[in-house]
Design a protein around this ligand. Sequence first.
Ligand SMILES: [Ca+2]
Length: 328
Amino acid sequence: MQLLGSAFALLVGAARVLAQDEGPGTPLYSYHLRAPYLEESLNNPRWDFGGDAIMEVNRFIRLTSDVQSQEGYLWAKTPMTTNSWRIEFEFKVTHDGGIAGDGFAFWYTQERMEEGPVFGNRDKYNGLGLFFDTYANGRVKTAFPYVMAIINDGTKYYDHDTDGNNAEVGGCEAHFLNQHYVTKARVTYVHNNYLNVDLSLQGDNQWTTCFRAHGVSLPKRGYFGFSAMTGGVSSAHDIIEVMTFALNSAPERPDSEVPKPASSDDRGRSTNRASQNREQPVQRKPTTVSSSGVSAGIIVILLIVGLIVAYIGWVMYKTSKANSYKRF
Ligand SMILES: [Ca+2]
């Protein structure tokens, strides 16, 4: 029985290892941003903002006001050089009146602070653009606001007519507009492995997964940034707080083992759309399950079945042995 107990202990330990995620990470304070945004020198040593962006020193960085034809930005001054990272940011998008637009973007790109047509930033960027799109330019299959990512190698144009749908690697509907409580996003990138986006939109600090895209490889050196744009429609786009973490224990793979990006027909777009009713809590589940996770689950199940069979066999063996003793 001792042998059996040890086997079960090993099994529990293995299950714990398999269930382990990339962990909370180590805070990188040089990429944090929080009020008051100005130090004694009356500037921020870690972040630049500009364009039409304004600052309420104890409240927010407002990328655009709720005014037509604005664009503004906020960029970290130094590039991120940690391979695997997590960034969590609190934001608020508000509009007074009819139709809101256009939304804002989170960036991790080799380029920095180059204004342009994609939510106020340059097109054909190198890296990640995560778009919090509040205005449907052309998409008809999903409701807005819509959160989605495009990874670019510097060659692809953002297609405004389809709201970037042609190059989307993952996304979900997300009702962050005009909420009276805290709305947050959490972006996790594990080097040469996956990109995961979680949202917390109910003010309860509970996270739901918007999407996870596998086979993702981003530039090793990139700048974090935010930008927003208004046109014929408008919204106030505020960034309130940013926290960044290095994921030291991330299960990285060598570059040679990086899986190919998902095809356009196999993108990680969320199939669990948020409810259209804004009164209902947004509940999403992870959109994809990794093949390694499935394999690990099967191995654990086989181990458990094997142990049960071995235990039954052992009991039968002991019983038959006892019976044989009785006969003599
Ligand atoms: Ca749009």
